[in-house]
Design a binder for this molecule. Sequence first.
Ligand code: 9MR
Length: 338
Amino acid sequence: MSETTGKLRALLGDIPGFYVGAAVRPDRIAGEPQYAETLAREFNMLVAENHMKMKFTQPRRGEFEFTAADAVVVFAQANDMAVRGHTLVWHLAVPGWVTERELSRGEAIDILHTHIDAVVRHFKGKVMAWDVMNEAIDHDDPTRLRETIWYRAIGPDYLDMIFRRAHEADPDALLFYNDYEAEGMNAKSDAVYELMKDLLARGVPLHGVGLQMHISVEDFGPDKPLNAQTLAANIERLGALGLQVHVTEMDVRTPNEHAPEARARRTEIYREVFEVCLAQEACTAFLTWGFTDKYTWVPKFFEIPDAAPLLFDADYQPKPAYDAMVEALKHYKERLGT
Ligand code: 9MR
């Protein structure tokens, strides 16, 4: 182990109930020793980037496929790491047999219940927290629910149903609502907050909110709507509902990677978001969407070839953002006196 690595997990060791993790690709865990070594050395939580989504877990109706997801869980258990489950219900990564025609309400309910029962029971006791619902709020108008295949067939009450069903299948799992662009105080995070309040008021089993945190260096800063204060305020109001908050999918795309200021901004953004999470009692996990710039969805999706959004470079060397998180953790522990 080099002098600069291994510090994140070592420092985390004695903080109970707080997790730092990353999204992973099972073929890389099996196929690339450095990938697996870095994960085990630095993190105490994992989430499958894709392999617990419906498209992978139920590729054909009634036929469940858990090989790839199981590999992630086995690796996590062997290395004493917690697992987040992502995701039971979404409008994307849905298999073709679901989307090929409109569904009746009864059929859609049956499909969701069967899926949740099988997947949650399979991972019972192994997945600490499930993203039961991913991205249910409309992209353009956050006052509405997104008109997905599930919403169209069932109506707004599908949310209550899926949380209740997941809770029956594994009463010990923490159940999360996960979404993007709802990190600071804005119309979308207001909508998430109201939705969570409504679910709780109806007695729906719900334990947390995931803030995805897919951002650009240009999105976060003292003069931007999203900054340390607005993030803290949003986490605090969710915490006041009795909910936990996980930062679930952080990456910081850097359109101008070759500008030193842009790289420095990225480092500071990681430091600040992590500091807010450490300081807020409700924030109990911080995960990045991948960990090495070698494997990230960002360059392709945003057409930024050298976006370099993560904590390790493509050669698995820690970047300044990693050092900033280590420093934040050290300061946090000094303040706690541990
Ligand atoms: O990173 C994931 C990418 O590999 C997949 O093709 C895509 C569709 O399944 O999902 C990406 O992950 C998304 C996550 O599941 C939900 N929040 C947004 C993430 C980035 O698109």
